[in-house]
Design a protein around this ligand. Structure first.
Ligand code: GAP
Length: 514
């Protein structure tokens, strides 16, 4: 059995080999934590975005979309708090000249202690066999208890230091724990410093007149600064929402796990403006709706969980993450935040403009409160790929790699294949393709044996393979082979469209949400 780590490595190579994700500028050896989506990746990503966009803007008459520019006035980021507080604590090793996130070094140390505990448990489980009582062992074994006490003390000290932004204490923890640089193996550390995650550039041609601007680290601010524009021009009544999909940029120092943490990524964010005092009801509503949205794809309900934030950002009065079980553990895919009226009030303060809502029912004006749902397209993409990638051993010992993607998201819906490259079969196959291509992403393949062609489609998750053979010319029927069961059916050409439509129709998933 391959370990989760090995499977994840295979998935990363699979993504490259089958045109889902390539390292950016690969011919120049790539660029750290930046990736390009290939011909299949972009189709899958577009389908994810379509699912999200339709679930927001079609199913909710009080949610509209916008597409704000990536460049924004620099004061936006002062008002939002990103200039002063969007930081990671960094530490350098003087010998290797490598830079690390101090919090990640300490979290890795916590992970190592957990590993030690797990190893003790595994060893004991092997020794005692069937009669092993894991809970009892964890509560009584001296070595496990010692490691656990170490973990608890370190975790408490670390949380305190992070909450207080105590950089000197973070360094002291690294020294006390004798954490070494993985490259040089030494403990020759600098002090811990705060490092702002926003990318900067300059707008304007002359050095004197140029204005320092930032690449947006979240799309949300584009919504906040357009709140009045949309509310007025769309005559929106509270409660209402504004949805947006777009790129965001963060100079992540520790960029890991493939597309999970990137420097350029894409967000799908929705800010829902509500009457002050009703925000907790709406927070609950959006938590439920968003989880339903994830589960409706059928990747497995047990793979999701909420992680409520204990420590809240100064502007939030509730926050939770939707986590997905990746091969490297439960990880955040989406955040749902009750952001109070912080952002709108800050923009009112910094711009000097009145940003309020006149409530005709109350006959008074107020600054709306905001519930935000914020999901990373790339993390969603990764969660789908991780749960769909399967290596199967078939009868007879042959193996196949199959992506059991939800058909509604699959990059290619059907592949049309003439059994042989002659006797009028390619022409008939083209006819079938021409009939389907206006509604479904369809490909054509006439190379190699049918078995090889099936494998190629399995590997990119195509739900239907349609084979045209000599009988087709007489009976107008084709062989349809299904990706997941590998079963085959004889289907009339005139019924193909309806059959595919039924399986890949976005409506059937959207209907589960209302
Ligand atoms: N406006 C709120 C906001 O940006 P966040 O928790 O920082 O909140 C929201 O980000 C989502 O964006 C995350 O749940 C994650 O899916 C995605 N995300 C954040 N940083 C990312 C990165 N470096 N690479 C890929 N996705 C990222």
């Amino acid at each position: 059995m391959a370990t989760q780590e090995e499977t994840f490595k295979k998935l990363v190579s699979h993504c490259k080999e089958y045109g889902f994700v390539f390292p950016s500028s690969e011919i120049y050896d790539g660029l750290g934590a930046v990736y390009d989506y290939g011909q299949n990746g972009v189709e899958l990503k577009n389908n994810i975005k379509r699912y999200w966009w339709d679930s927001m803007t079609l199913l909710h008459e009080n949610i509209v979309g916008i597409d704000a520019a990536i460049f924004m006035h620099p004061t936006v980021w002062k008002a939002s708090g990103h200039v002063d507080a969007f930081n990671d604590p960094l530490i350098d090793n003087r010998d290797s000249k490598k830079r690390y996130r101090a919090d990640v070094l300490i979290e890795d140390q916590l992970g190592k202690i957990e590993e030690k505990i797990n190893k003790e448990v595994e060893k004991a489980a092997k020794r005692f066999g069937e009669s092993f009582d894991e809970a009892m062992f964890r509560q009584t074994n001296a070595r496990v208890l010692e490691h656990q006490a170490h973990w608890d003390a370190l975790h408490e000290r670390y949380s305190k230091a992070m909450n207080a932004s105590d950089l000197a204490e973070l360094k002291q923890i690294i020294l006390d724990e004798e954490i070494v640089c993985p490259i040089s193996g030494t403990r020759n550390w600098t002090d811990v410093r705060q490092f702002n995650l926003m990318f900067q550039t300059e707008m304007g041609s002359t050095a004197d007149g140029a204005m320092k601007i930032y690449l947006r680290p979240e799309t949300a601010q584009g919504i906040f600064v357009n709140y009045l524009n949309v509310q007025k021009t769309g005559r929106m009544k509270i409660p209402f929402g504004i949805a947006q999909i777009g790129k965001a940029f963060r100079n992540e120092i520790v960029a890991r796990q493939f597309v999970f943490r990137m420097r350029e990524f894409e967000q799908m964010e929705m800010q829902f403006f509500v009457k002050p005092g009703t925000e907790m009801e709406w927070f609950k509503h959006w938590k439920e709706f968003r989880l339903k949205w994830h589960k409706a794809l059928g990747l497995g309900d047990e793979k999701y969980r909420f992680h409520d934030h204990e420590k809240l950002a100064h502007y939030a009065n509730a926050a939770t993450d939707i986590e997905f079980l990746m091969p490297f553990g439960f990880k955040e895919v989406e955040g749902i935040h009750s952001r109070t009226n912080f952002d709108l009030s800050q923009h009112a303060k910094y711009s000097g403009k009145k940003i309020e809502y006149f409530d005709p029912e109350l006959n008074e004006s107020y600054t709306p409160y905001v519930i935000e749902t914020s999901i990373g397209v790339d993390r969603m993409f990764l969660s789908i790929m991780c749960s769909s990638y399967k290596e199967e051993t078939l009868e007879g010992g042959e193996t196949r790699v199959v992506l059991s993607l939800p058909p509604v998201l699959a990059p290619v819906k059907a592949c049309v294949m003439p059994l042989v490259k002659k006797d009028g079969l390619p022409e008939k196959a083209r006819e079938v393709m021409d009939m389907l291509k206006f509604d479904f992403k369809t490909t054509y393949d006439e190379k190699d044996s049918i078995g090889k062609r099936y494998r190629r489609q399995d590997a990119i998750g195509t739900p239907f393979c349609i084979t045209i053979d000599h009988d087709t010319l007489n009976d107008n029927c084709v062989t349809v082979r299904y990706r997941d069961t590998m079963a085959q059916d004889r289907v009339k050409i005139e019924d193909l469209h309806a059959m595919i439509q039924k399986a890949v129709d976005m409506k059937q998933v959207l209907r589960k949400l209302v």
